[in-house]
Design a binder for this molecule. Structure first.
Ligand code: ADP
Ligand code: DP6
Length: 321
């Protein structure tokens, strides 16, 4: 029996960047994301007679990423009291470890495929909690549109839910500017741990509730300008925390700064757009449909080798067989 599940990546507009509990992946802050139509992972689970295997993009993995998958499967098997060796075949339609959220779609798809394979009766909230145990941001990829991951206080209360507002009504595009597809040296898990040593980490954390409330109301009011301003500020805060950690670090490359400046120049010319950046050098630009062409053309003329993908709202998790 084989079960294949598809999950789309999500990009946080209010970021998760710190854990209260490493094992349970309980976050220190709540976060809010947009699920994307253009980037996703398909993960198939089958029975194996030769121990656990993990194939990523058709290549068997034996390194840290395989250990992470096997540890995760073991945790879920213990939790549900099920057994058996498994083969996991995963295809990523997203660059890996480049700050384009591969782990969000990866662990949502893996959690979904696991539950489908063992025919476990779980609802979306439970699935979100299970995905969270693999990668925090995966908790949000269970849902399409906008998703909120409420931080909660324990395993039972830390899960994501879909924002009720119909995202189809919001004119929102995310242009993923792939400046560099190389896997980063410092994982998100490592980066967010180091970030907590910044003197600005606590003050940033104290703003989380207010930032979540402001973003939620911008979405409810269909206010693109407010949404963009809030997303850009929150991302800049996260990267300022990284620069001021002890020792400081950054995911930025020279092209990242160039892209930030280009966004500001476009705005000054009346082309409204905002950036958000995750744990990698690549930049995502938020804009509305009427500006997609102008923003794309400007980026193409400055970054000759960049791949630019125009994404909008993607769906929640689905079973493919
Ligand atoms: P990003 O989310 O920016 O791509 P992260 O550091 O958060 O980077 O996560 C990347 C890690 O996620 C990879 O090193 C790998 O361990 C894991 N990963 C990526 N894709 C898959 C997949 N399809 N199945 C299982 N694990 C995956
Ligand atoms: C910057 O979810 O990849 O993309 O829980 O350690 O696997 P782990 O971290 P991960 O971190 C995502 C960080 C982020 C912001 C976000 O998606 O909220």
């Amino acid at each position: 029996m084989a079960k294949t599940v598809r999950a789309h990546t999500n990009i946080a507009l209010i970021k998760y960047w710190g854990k209260a509990d490493d094992q349970l992946r309980l976050p220190l802050m709540s976060s809010l994301s947009m699920t994307l139509d253009q980037f996703y992972t398909d993960t198939k689970i089958t029975a194996s007679t030769t121990g656990n295997h993990f194939f990523l993009n058709n290549i068997e993995q034996t390194d840290k990423s395989a250990q992470r998958v096997f540890a995760y499967l073991k945790k879920l098997q213990q939790h549900f009291n099920v057994t058996g060796s498994l083969s996991v075949h995963s295809i990523n339609h997203v660059p890996i470890a480049a700050g384009l959220a591969s782990s969000s779609s990866a662990f949502a798809a893996l959690a979904g495929a696991f539950c489908a394979y063992y025919e476990l009766d779980v609802n979306q909230r439970q699935l979100s909690r299970l995905a969270r145990l693999g990668s925090g941001s995966a908790s949000r990829s269970i849902y399409g549109g906008f998703a909120v991951w409420q931080k909660g206080v324990d395993d039972a209360t830390s899960y994501a839910y879909a924002l009720d507002e119909n995202p189809q009504q919001m004119d929102l595009h995310l242009l993923a500017i792939e400046l560099n597809q190389q896997p980063k040296k410092l994982s998100s898990t490592g980066g967010m741990k180091q970030a907590q040593s910044s003197p600005f980490f606590k003050p940033w954390l104290a703003r989380n509730e207010q930032e979540m409330a402001a973003m939620t109301s911008a979405i409810k009011e269909n206010d693109f300008t407010h949404l963009g301003q809030l997303a850009e500020l929150n991302a800049s805060e996260m990267h300022a925390i990284n620069l001021t950690a002890q020792p400081g670090f950054t995911y930025f490359e020279p092209d990242t700064i160039k892209a930030i400046k280009l966004v500001a120049q476009l705005r000054a010319r009346g082309i409204e757009c905002y950036y958000t950046i995750d744990a990698g050098p690549n930049v995502k630009v938020l804009c509305q449909l009427r500006n997609v062409k102008d923003v794309t053309n400007s980026f193409v003329s400055v970054f000759k080798n960049a791949k630019i993908v125009n994404a909008s709202f993607g769906p929640g998790i689905s079973c493919l067989d």
